[in-house]
Design a protein around this ligand. Structure first.
Ligand SMILES: Cc1cc2nc3c(=O)[nH]c(=O)nc-3n(C[C@H](O)[C@H](O)[C@H](O)COP(=O)(O)OP(=O)(O)OC[C@H]3O[C@@H](n4cnc5c(N)ncnc54)[C@H](O)[C@@H]3O)c2cc1C
Length: 397
């Protein structure tokens, strides 16, 4: 009889402070949830009972702090930030507290993301460019909590810049584009991605995207801390070096698809292209298209999304009459909310979509355009009522 045990190489895994760990089904041992390194055994017990609430990572008294700093976008943290927070939570030992400092408003569940403490600075909106104030806020937070390491997502929006500014100002050791991390080391690619350079965990860690799985088998304490940062008091002479000229609103149709945050996309199921373009203008969304819609001349080639088109990472992606072929899905894998409008409830796009509307694209486009125009009109009226100057202007124009 063949007594060899067969092991599925694709069985679930998690990334821990010790690196990638496969889950061994049937592990019975005692689970010390106080330490992240036990998460593999812990997860094994919980894979069959996913509906059960996750335990706290630790309840021991904190003796040191890991600080994670990042910007929120409309109340949420993006995947990259969640990965950075997960890295800190996985590295943290039982006596380490993970403190999350959020620039901007944050309405999410900090505990579920692995944070023990949450400090929210709602005065720093992504739309405001205030690098010196943000640097002062980060420095004040570091002074208050004395973290052993500071983690930021290495992105081009704001956090990568803030981390570098902080490291330079504080003369702190820093590692950028970190692709591998454990409790003692970080690694980053060198020589055109042909080799890895490793060093001891520095004071500031700027994590590359997708280095860590953000799904954690535990939760943090998630305690909200009221921490006042006085922007004026933190002002320095250097502040005059930066002047925020505000944001110029441009026509959404002109936004490069790769940079667009809101995209409406048309496939073969969209026959009335002018109505679709009107909707995009009403919503202020950029326009994308499937390859079929581009091939038959309804849209120009630069609008094509997918494997042989553009890769987008919009917060909202509405796919009208797009089947969701694998080549198309490849281009929208990083979109946060995908909404599909399709006549066919079994179209592949429905598996990727967070919300599917089973309806005729033409009808939905018309109804949505009407509703969005009405909502915009109502908002403009109430804004005018709140601003007497505008009412007078409108009345005498
Ligand atoms: C090498 C290669 C590269 C490719 N690269 C890309 C790429 O980059 N991007 C890309 O998109 N494709 C790409 N394709 C093509 C891809 O395989 C699909 O053929 C294409 O994405 C299908 O486009 P579609 O979903 O718009 O059209 P269809 O497959 O025709 O699907 C139309 C969908 O609309 C629905 N529908 C029809 N009428 C209505 C209506 N009135 N209201 C609502 N829904 C309706 C249908 O139910 C259907 O689901 C590539 C293919 C190959 C082989």
């Amino acid at each position: 009889m063949n007594t060899l045990k067969r092991i599925d190489p694709r069985r679930p895994f998690i990334v821990t402070a010790q690196g990638l760990r496969r889950i061994t089904l049937g592990v019975a041992g005692v689970v010390d949830t106080a330490h992240a390194s036990n998460t593999a055994a812990f997860d094994a017990r919980h894979t069959t009972r996913r509906d059960q609430p996750k335990p706290r990572r630790t309840t021991a008294a904190p003796q040191q702090v890991l600080l994670v700093a990042a910007h929120a976008d409309r109340g949420a943290l993006d995947d990259h930030t969640r990965q950075t927070l997960a890295a800190a939570a996985l590295i943290a030992n039982a006596h380490t507290e993970v403190v999350l400092l959020v620039f901007g408003e944050f309405t999410g569940d900090a505990a579920a993301l692995g944070a023990d403490k949450l400090i929210e600075l709602p005065m720093f909106d992504r739309r405001v460019y205030a690098p010196t104030d943000e640097l002062n806020a980060l420095a004040a937070c570091v002074a208050a909590y004395a973290p052993v390491h500071i983690f930021l997502p290495d992105n081009v929006t704001a956090d990568g810049d803030l981390g570098r500014r902080y490291a330079a100002a504080a003369n702190a050791s820093v590692a950028t584009h970190v692709v591998e991390i454990d409790a003692a080391h970080v690694a980053t690619y060198v020589h055109a991605h042909t080799a890895l350079a490793t060093r001891a965990l520095p004071e500031v860690v700027l994590l590359a995207p997708h280095a860590v799985d953000p799904k954690l088998p535990f939760v943090g304490a998630g305690e909200r801390v009221v921490w006042r940062f006085d922007r004026e008091a933190g002002a320095t002479a250097a502040q005059s070096a930066v002047r925020d000229l505000g944001i110029d609103e441009i026509d959404a149709a002109q936004v490069a698809l790769e940079e667009a945050d809101f995209i409406v996309s048309a496939g073969n199921g969209v026959s009335d292209v002018p109505a679709f373009e009107r909707l995009a203008a009403t919503l202020g969304a950029a326009i994308g298209a499937s390859r079929v819609a581009v091939d038959d001349g309804r849209f120009t080639r630069d609008k094509q999304i997918g494997a042989t088109g553009k890769t987008v990472d919009a917060t909202v992606y509405i796919a009208f009459g797009i089947s969701g072929a694998v080549q198309h899905l490849q281009g929208i894998k990083d979109c946060r909310h995908v909404i599909a409008v399709n006549l066919d409830a079994s179209a592949p796009i429905t598996k990727r979509a967070n919300l599917t509307v089973i309806a005729d694209a033409r009808e939905v486009i018309a109804a949505l355009d009407e509703a969005a125009a009405a909502a915009r009109g109502a908002r403009a009226t109430s804004a005018a009522l709140l601003d007497p100057g505008k009412v007078a202007e409108g009345a005498f124009a």
